[in-house]
Design a protein around this ligand. Structure first.
Ligand code: LLP
Length: 421
């Protein structure tokens, strides 16, 4: 459920007309709804209400905007970070270090030092060399780092190959079959407090079965680890729950069903459970608002050329992702059209042969479900400044990231004397 609704025929975000934001800020622009964020946090938390003090660590990569993070911090969420930059953004937004977990295969010694300095809740380690490095860094600071190993359960998440992370051929985690050896080696590292198990098998999962299979493997491993004397106190079940993009497809499992499965599978584990949801919190809380530049006749269908492009929303060109595209002031008429951006490559295509509202030059269109992995993945290809972001709450709205002037791009380049010569 979201708070992008038509009121008197015009799309609003909560109580704010989309057109008002387009008028004031220009397009393209990302727009987020506080009410939807809040609702999703509450729904996710309620789904886990039978667990004892779960740690919900929002996957910052899905939407690192400071105002979004601060909203989630106020709602009590922690953060799952994958870089020193994300850690600093989470802390700056008011997320306490005691609710931060650090994931990722490539943490550097510098990032480890930063995280230890802040006193984060846990590091999720992904390899033995990483464990050795963290131990050394921690010892050099006179600390012991709280760690879990992320295991690779060799489970097929059934999602797009580029966002699948739990198959044995993927770069993530330690192989399940070698886990006992890795844990034994980590126990001998004096800078580590080995206290958890972590798993994350992929994103946009539309079936609970692979998640359940992975969690069952985590449960079995916890038992084996305890039998070998490891004091396992945390289990991080990652993120990955999918959201509805295409209204013609079955709705992915709701948080309630996910929570019931988790509650059932983890019964008796006797650990603090951790979660790293990203998309399910922010996906439907955001839309990318864009204006139609012109409509051009195509061989088979008209090309609707909008002022948003693949650099603003990469998901369609990167994963063939499907985003609903709606007219902000629909006339009621429908047609089959292609929706493309102005960037000079064919991959800059948002939709082909899409049954959609008829739109004309100057009309506003909204790309729905763009709150997760939208602005955060934007770039400046074709010298297009980064997309601004707006946060709405009730009848209030604010620019929470301004559109940088093109001069900022130009001035960032440094031209050496010998070129200017
Ligand atoms: N935890 C870890 C360790 C992760 O790698 C991820 C996402 C998450 C949690 C959050 O997953 P979520 O709940 O959002 O599914 N750019 C892609 C998605 C990449 C996901 C990367 N990892 C997309 O646009 O679909």
């Amino acid at each position: 459920m979201d708070h992008f609704d038509y009121v008197n025929g015009a799309m609003h975000v909560e109580q704010v007309p989309m057109a008002e934001i387009a008028q004031a800020v220009g397009t393209p622009v990302y727009i987020y709804s506080t009410a939807t964020l809040t609702r999703h946090v509450n729904v996710f938390r309620d789904a886990l209400s039978r667990l004892d003090d779960p740690l919900i660590a929002f996957a910052v990569k899905s939407n690192p905007n400071g105002a979004v993070l601060a909203t989630l911090a106020k709602l009590g969420l922690g953060a799952d970070v994958v870089s020193g930059g994300e850690l600093l953004r989470a802390v700056a937004a008011g997320i306490p270090a005691s609710r931060i977990v650090f994931s990722g295969v490539g943490k550097t010694a510098e990032e480890m030092r930063l995280a230890l300095d802040h006193g984060i809740f846990q590091f999720n380690l992904e390899s033995e060399p990483e464990a050795e490095m963290l131990s050394e860094v921690a010892l050099s600071m006179g600390k012991r780092a709280p760690v879990a190993y992320r295991i690779n359960p060799d489970v097929d998440a059934g999602t797009h190959a580029k966002i699948s992370t739990g198959k044995s051929e993927n770069k993530f985690g330690i192989p399940y079959d070698r886990a006992l050896e890795s844990y034994a080696a980590a126990r001998d590292l004096p800078g580590l407090d080995v206290r958890g198990v972590a798993v994350h098998i992929g994103s946009q999962l539309t079936d609970l079965a692979p998640l359940e299979a992975a969690f069952i493997k985590v449960g079995a491993l916890i038992e084996k680890l305890r039998a070998e004397g490891h004091d396992i106190r945390t289990a991080d079940l990652g993120g990955g729950l999918g959201v509805p993009y295409d209204p013609s497809l079955p709705v992915p499992p709701l948080p309630q069903a996910y929570g019931e499965m988790v509650t059932r599978v983890t019964q008796g584990w006797n650990v603090r459970l951790m979660f790293e949801p990203g998309r399910v919190i922010v996906g439907n809380a955001g839309a990318l608002l864009s204006r139609v530049v012109r409509v051009k006749q195509g061989a088979q269908a008209p090309f609707v050329i909008v002022d948003a492009a693949m650099n603003d929303l990469m998901r369609p060109s990167l994963y063939d992702a499907w985003h609903d595209i709606r007219a902000v002031d629909p006339s009621g008429a429908r047609e089959t059209a292609n929706v493309v951006g102005p960037v000079c490559e064919t991959g800059d295509t948002f939709a082909m042969h899409r049954d959609m509202d008829v739109v004309k030059a100057g009309d506003l269109v909204a790309f729905m479900t763009a709150g997760a992995y939208g602005a955060t993945m934007a770039g400046t290809y074709n010298s297009r400044p980064l997309t601004p972001e707006v946060l709405v709450s009730g009848d209030k709205w604010a620019v929470v990231r301004a559109r940088p002037p093109i001069e900022a791009l130009i001035e960032a380049d440094i031209i050496p004397d010998w070129v200017q010569g």
